[in-house]
Design a protein around this ligand. Structure first.
Ligand code: FAD
Length: 286
């Protein structure tokens, strides 16, 4: 099913999805984790591109996930790819029967030599995908603004370009303060952006993971999370338990505010996401 239809089905609220990344090896281990996540009836699993794991054979993994009878949404970045390679990848994706894609620019590479200039921003990629394929397109949104943007409003102006180019759904960056998300959605609506906005949820697992995921982005870390990281610095299990409880309460609040979807950044581990969904079962129809 296409993103457009998935998020317009009012009986499936909120839509649950999980994000994984291609590991350098250990595909089998990831597939086992995905089998656990499958029990929670996600509408799809999204597979990152380039981020999180280097050298992963994304396409092969997409095919393997599909054999588990789960819809897959590949992420796709354009900043390090030529138009030619993007064109042939899109053909392969559609031939595989995949209906959805998350169209991204990707982070600017450290070395200019790795950069391509065929597409400079995600809106150009969205436009190209729209012209060439029947894929339904998701794009990234940043409730606290993208790191390169001088302010939230200029970033939202640029988000509008992705919407006008043909995006169907907005997937947000992770956030820990729901008010940032609610304010963001309100601004989008005021700006005439009426697409479904899917909340990016990442349970805290460790201090290292938190720093890794937030150091390159504008993401407010509430004091309570900082306190618990300090308190549980020698008790990893207690920190994971706190991360699950915190994310579960975030999800309950989001559901009560009619969020379109919850997209879990799993970091290839099913444990926290599945516990969160167990905890909130009473408030969603999964
Ligand atoms: P853009 O929309 O192009 O925006 C990038 C910056 O340029 C922003 O500051 C924006 O305001 C500005 N801008 C946008 N359009 C224009 C324009 N036309 N003119 C001038 N300025 C403009 N990265 C990966 O490498 N692989 C992944 O799989 C991946 N998955 C992600 C999933 C989600 C849900 C999210 C939120 C992010 C993901 N990222 C991934 C990170 C993403 O690639 C980076 O945040 C990247 O720096 C920006 O990508 P974008 O698509 O938002 O770019």
């Amino acid at each position: 099913m296409k993103l457009k239809e998935i998020y317009s089905d009012k009986t499936q609220k909120p839509v649950i999805s999980f994000e994984v990344f291609p590991p350098n090896n250990e595909y089998e281990k990831l597939l086992e984790e995905i089998k656990v996540l499958r029990e929670y009836k996600p509408e799809f699993i999204s597979l990152t591109y380039g981020a999180g794991g280097k050298g992963g054979k994304s396409f092969e993994l997409l095919q393997q996930i599909k054999t588990l009878d789960i819809n897959v949404m590949p992420h796709f970045t354009c900043i390090t790819s030529s138009k030619e390679s993007i064109t042939s990848a899109l053909v392969k994706i559609e031939q595989e029967g995949i209906e959805n894609i998350l169209a991204l620019r990707g982070d600017i590479p450290d070395f200019e030599i790795n950069r391509h200039f065929d597409f400079n921003h995600a809106n150009e990629l969205v436009e190209y995908i729209k012209q060439r394929t029947n894929l339904s397109i998701g794009v990234a949104g940043y409730p606290e603004g993208h790191i390169e943007s001088p302010d939230l409003y200029s970033d939202i102006k640029n988000l509008k370009k992705k919407v006008e180019a043909g995006a169907d759904v907005i997937f947000t960056q992770l956030f820990f303060d729901n008010n940032k998300f609610f304010d963001y959605v309100n601004i989008l609506r005021d700006e005439g952006i009426n697409l479904p906005v899917v909340a990016g949820i990442m349970p805290v697992l460790s201090e290292k993971q938190l720093i890794k995921m937030t150091s390159m982005a504008k993401i407010t870390i509430p004091d309570i999370i900082k306190e618990k990281i300090e308190k549980f610095k020698d008790e990893p299990k207690s920190l994971i338990k706190f991360g699950i409880d915190y994310a579960a309460s975030q999800c309950i609040d989001l559901i009560r505010h009619n969020v379109a979807g919850l997209h879990f950044f799993t970091l290839n581990k099913s444990y926290s996401a599945s516990k969160i969904l167990d905890n909130i079962k009473g408030v969603y129809n999964g």
